[in-house]
Ligand binder design. Structure first.
Ligand code: ZN
Length: 310
């Protein structure tokens, strides 16, 4: 299949070239799949600690999953049906010894060897929180107060080749998940939207909070959002990076009882369970910092360096 990516804007192409020149980003030959240098990773890891420390103060428990997910998980939660263009399944060799020799010859010539491959039980993980819901459900009824899980930075994959340095196929998403009583879950999501807005402000990023339906701006927007939070299932903190439109760098998602229903999440007394997740796009936030403050973190404003560099 073709792997063509849309033509980048001048701003996107120039920012990508500057990141490569500075040794922050290393190309692999496939658009949207990059390696990263030491300074870039240092900022990302500090950012992860900043978020995890705040989550730990609120009692979050860490839980990590690999960047692949059972296929049945994305079939059950509707991802394959809703996002066929982004979903990526893993295939493995499925043939005879003679087929293996043929496949090897075709591969050596960079031809199409897909006819020797069969679908496995795995897919690439497209959102870090997806494995959490079935895992928590399998552990039995929730304890009183529900669960708060910190997944730290997790590699996720979405099949959308792009030359926008902020639109990756493979990227790190730091997800926090809350599973509990509906009112607790709603309040938790709004508290993290406030925390995210404050954190981006402390990092010197010009962010605004938007919903999928209406644009919200700044603190006033947060109040508006809080008033209608039951109807607004997705908020995003958007920050200018390299595209004409600002880029979503964090999302605050309320799933109502969708995942609870699919996986049978429950309290022992049968009272209703809702879920929400907060996703910080680690790579996008690092890029937003480099766009806002320059490509040399050691020269960033001292208050920003204190948070994500020193
Ligand atoms: Zn999520």
């Amino acid at each position: 299949m073709s792997e063509e990516a849309p033509t980048p804007t001048t701003g996107q192409a120039e920012f990508l070239a500057a990141l490569i020149d500075a040794g922050h980003v290393f190309e692999t030959g496939v658009p949207g799949v990059y390696g990263h240098g030491a300074a870039y990773e240092r900022v990302r890891v500090k950012l992860e600690s900043l978020i995890s420390e705040a989550a730990a103060e609120d009692g979050a428990a860490k839980l990590k999953f690999p960047p692949v997910v059972p296929r049945v998980n994305l079939e059950d939660n509707g991802y394959v049906a809703k996002f066929p263009q982004l979903a990526a399944s893993l295939f493995g060799f499925d043939g005879s010894e003679a087929d293996a020799i043929k496949q090897g010859r075709i591969a050596a010539a960079h031809g199409d060897w897909s006819s020797f491959q069969g679908q496995t039980d795995l897919m690439m993980l497209p959102a870090a929180c997806y494995p959490v819901y079935p895992a928590v459900a399998a552990a039995g009824p929730l304890a009183a107060g529900g669960a708060f899980i910190d997944m730290e930075g997790t590699w996720v994959f979405r099949h959308e080749p792009s030359y926008d340095p902020a639109r990756r196929q493979a990227f790190r998403q730091h997800e926090l998940v809350r599973i509990g009583a509906p009112e607790d879950v709603v309040a938790w999501r709004m508290a993290w939207a406030q925390r995210g807005l404050d954190m981006f402000g402390d990092l010197g990023l010009a962010s605004s909070l938007e919903s999928a339906n209406d644009p919200f701006f700044g603190r006033q927007g947060l109040l508006l959002a809080a008033n209608q939070s039951a109807e607004q299932l997705k908020f995003e903190l958007v920050v200018p990076i390299a595209s004409p439109e600002p880029t979503a760098c964090a999302s605050f998602n309320y799933h109502l009882d969708q995942f609870a229903g699919i996986y049978g999440l429950s309290f022992a007394d049968g009272s209703p369970v809702h879920t929400a997740c907060v996703g910080f796009g680690q790579d996008r936030i690092v890029l937003a910092l480099m766009k806002a403050h320059g490509l040399e973190p050691e020269r960033w404003p001292s208050n920003v360096r204190t948070l994500v560099w020193d």
